[in-house]
Write a protein that binds this ligand. Structure first.
Ligand SMILES: Cc1cc2nc3c(=O)[nH]c(=O)nc-3n(C[C@H](O)[C@H](O)[C@H](O)COP(=O)(O)OP(=O)(O)OC[C@H]3O[C@@H](n4cnc5c(N)ncnc54)[C@H](O)[C@@H]3O)c2cc1C
Length: 426
């Protein structure tokens, strides 16, 4: 007997689990972990591109273990159910005068899922979501309920901070926030050579900065935000989907005429208005991604970013004329979490995308060695081909992390063949 088929956001990963329960309480979840067909995997919003959630056993959803449970104004902390979606969380926090310090590109993920793969935004001094965690309650592999706090269990929090759903199921998380704030966001287009020759200065000149390289254009779109006290201003309409549509049409019609494609994209970019607006924090970081894609993202030592991107651009423009999605480049602060791709390393993240209707394997297979040559660590939730042999070399505390995992889940209730290949648990 199987439950309804499960699929990730891009449609690339599918699963036919025996069971898909949606428990309403930690007690119900404990019983599921003890008795449901294994392996047991927890799904957030299914926005990862890798088969982390895939299992023939049980896919459990925490959609009903959600919501803002309480908040502490003095400490600026909030206690939330781990199934809560980030979009819901931001609105709830704003309602109590609190705010997340930073956000990724979208707000559709669940909190558990965002922590599960080291989901991050951009900002040289800003860490990924898992750096915000102060306390976590989780169900271990034998159905026990454990609580770990930053003060009493610092090492355990470093071990489980990026959990891949393999270090127990998080039910409740206490997040360190900051008082609600407004941001001024600016956007402008510049030649990619100018962007890359001033890479570190430009990325560090703002609290959050990122850029998108537009393939076959020679140009980048730079986005930068800073906290401000200025009043809210009118926000220009989001033109990202329209822009993507134009890039796809030009790809379809001019794939074999790169000079014409380049001229037309440049012309379109020249007409793009400069953006400059002020909004509440929760309106600034994220946008709605409607065009589906698959993605590979590698996290590189900060100083290697420009060299790696230059090679990726050359590779793409020489061999993959079908690529039209902009490449996204961000920075992330170093942290101390053992399986964090940002572990003790200031990072430049480079993401490449491929239309979800088309097969991304040749492009990603060609790009991956470039990222790896520059010391890249893959985003846990985005496509990559690494196994435990490669990964264990990239993470100095790998062995310690695996010992902690064994302590939490000695019977491998959360281990599928994919997780086993990733973590070396055969
Ligand atoms: C359109 C789009 C935009 C994106 N933008 C960004 C971005 O800007 N930055 C970035 O870093 N990533 C980004 N991602 C990737 C995404 O943030 C991550 O893959 C994230 O893990 C997805 O969260 P989710 O809730 O969908 O989790 P899922 O994909 O459902 O699960 C991810 C992992 O978390 C585990 N997990 C889920 N809930 C729990 C829990 N309660 N306890 C323990 N483990 C749990 C799962 O078992 C799995 O291993 C994007 C993805 C898409 C599709």
């Amino acid at each position: 007997m199987t439950a309804e088929q499960w699929s990730n956001w891009s449609g690339y990963v599918k699963a036919n689990p025996a069971l898909r329960p949606i428990p309403e309480s930690a007690e119900e979840l404990q019983a599921i972990v003890r008795t449901a067909p294994g392996p047991v995997r927890v799904a957030g919003a299914g926005h990862s591109f890798t088969p982390l959630v895939q299992t023939t056993g049980t896919i459990v959803s925490l959609d009903r273990i959600s919501g803002l449970k309480s908040h502490d104004t003095e400490k600026c902390q909030a206690t939330v159910g781990a199934g809560m979606r980030l979009g819901e969380l931001t609105r709830a926090l704003q309602g109590v005068g609190q705010a997340l310090a930073n956000m990724a590109d979208i707000d559709k993920q669940s909190i558990g899922g965002a922590l599960g793969t080291a989901t991050h935004g951009t900002g040289s001094t800003l860490g990924a979501y898992h750096t915000l965690v102060d306390r976590v309650a989780l169900i271990d592999g034998r159905g026990g309920l454990q609580t770990y706090t930053r003060t009493a269990h610092e090492e355990m929090l470093q071990a489980i901070g990026v959990s891949l759903g393999a270090f127990g199921i998080f039910t409740e998380v206490v997040i360190n926030n900051r008082p609600s704030y407004r941001m001024r966001k600016r956007r402008f287009v510049l030649p990619i050579e100018d962007m890359l020759s001033n890479f570190q200065d430009m990325m560090q000149a703002y609290r959050s900065a990122e850029f998108y390289f537009i393939p076959f254009s020679g140009h980048a779109m730079f986005l930068a935000s800073d906290i401000t006290d200025e009043p809210i201003t009118a926000r220009p309409p989001d033109d990202a989907e329209e822009g993507l549509g134009t890039l796809r049409v030009l790809r379809n019609t001019l794939k074999w005429l790169p000079w014409a494609r380049r001229a037309l994209i440049r012309n379109a970019l020249r007409k793009l208005p400069r953006e400059d607006f002020v909004e509440d924090w929760l309106e600034v970081y994220t946008s709605d991604r409607q065009t589906r894609f698959n993605e590979m993202e590698y996290h590189l030592p900060l100083e290697e970013g420009p060299k790696a991107l230059t090679e990726i651009i050359q590779l793409t423009e020489k061999h993959f004329p079908e690529v039209y999605f902009p490449m996204e480049v961000r920075t992330v602060a170093a942290d101390d979490v053992w399986l964090s791709p940002f572990y003790r390393r200031r990072t430049c993240s480079i993401a490449i995308h491929y239309d979800a209707q088309e097969d991304p394997s040749a492009f990603f297979k060609a790009a991956e060695p470039v990222f790896r040559r520059y010391g890249g660590r893959p985003h846990w939730g985005k496509m990559h081909s690494l196994t435990s042999v490669d990964l264990s070399r990239l993470y100095p505390r790998w062995k310690d992390a695996m010992e902690a995992r064994h302590e939490i889940d000695p019977d491998k209730r959360f281990v599928t063949p994919y997780v086993s290949r990733l973590l070396g648990l055969e």
